[in-house]
Design a protein around this ligand. Structure first.
Ligand code: 2DT
Length: 208
């Protein structure tokens, strides 16, 4: 059955996810693809606003509560994601459950506990991991404005992401010019959209 593709872009803070998604959307739309973007956390919902306040350091919450809120923020978009995919729209997602696990497990919480709340979410058809050294990221504008944006924690998150990366992920170094990174992202995105349109890939679920 023909459907859109769910494509997740993951990476450390300031690795260029948002810029790359914007550039890819522009190119894909120009070429006639039906594509849209989602970002997690989605700060527009009431759960998202609570998360945003926590990230800005304005609200104190237990780490486990925050983890569950991040997951709930994805679940509240589950139906919309499914409907859009089934209507043929491809969705580029800025962070997903992998960020959830990477950030909370990096604080020392149990791996399986971290995976639990996102079990059953729609699995992405493609995960693109933008890798970059934390030294380079630190120099990017806006770094350090939110919780988690410090080199020590980012190094830990980077190590945790490495445990999540599978052979199916596409790893692209973002330690290079923006256009070059976009150039590497477009062909695999087109391929996966083709496979989903051809009905070659059924929808999967996390973490099965
Ligand atoms: P942005 O700067 O990309 O808005 O991310 N985070 C994100 C988590 O700890 N768990 C999650 O499930 C997600 C999606 C990563 C804001 C910060 O929120 C962290 C950075």
């Amino acid at each position: 059955m023909s459907r859109g593709a769910l494509i997740v872009v993951e990476g450390l803070d300031k690795s260029g996810k948002t810029t790359q998604i914007k550039n890819c959307l522009q190119i894909l739309r120009r070429d006639g693809f039906d594509v849209c973007q989602l970002s997690f956390p989605d700060r527009t919902t009431s759960i998202g606003q609570l998360i945003s306040s926590f990230l800005r350091g304005e609200t104190v919450l237990d780490d486990r509560v925050v983890h569950l809120l991040f997951s709930a923020n994805r679940w509240e978009k589950w139906k919309e994601i499914k409907e859009r995919l089934m209507a043929g729209t491809t969705i580029l997602v800025d962070r997903y459950a992998y960020s959830g696990v990477a950030y909370t497990a990096s604080k020392g919480y149990d791996w399986d506990w971290c995976l639990g709340p996102d079990k059953g979410l729609i699995a992405p058809d493609l995960v693109i991991y933008l890798s970059a050294s934390s030294k380079v990221l630190e120099t990017r504008s806006g770094y350090g404005q939110e919780r988690y944006e410090n080199q020590l924690f980012q190094n830990r998150v980077s190590e945790t992401f490495e445990k999540l990366v599978t052979h199916k992920w596409l790893r692209i170094s973002s330690d290079r010019p923006i256009e070059e990174v976009t150039h590497h992202m477009i062909p695999p995105i087109r391929n996966i959209i083709d496979s989903c349109q051809n009905g070659a890939l059924p929808l999967g679920t996390l973490w099965t």
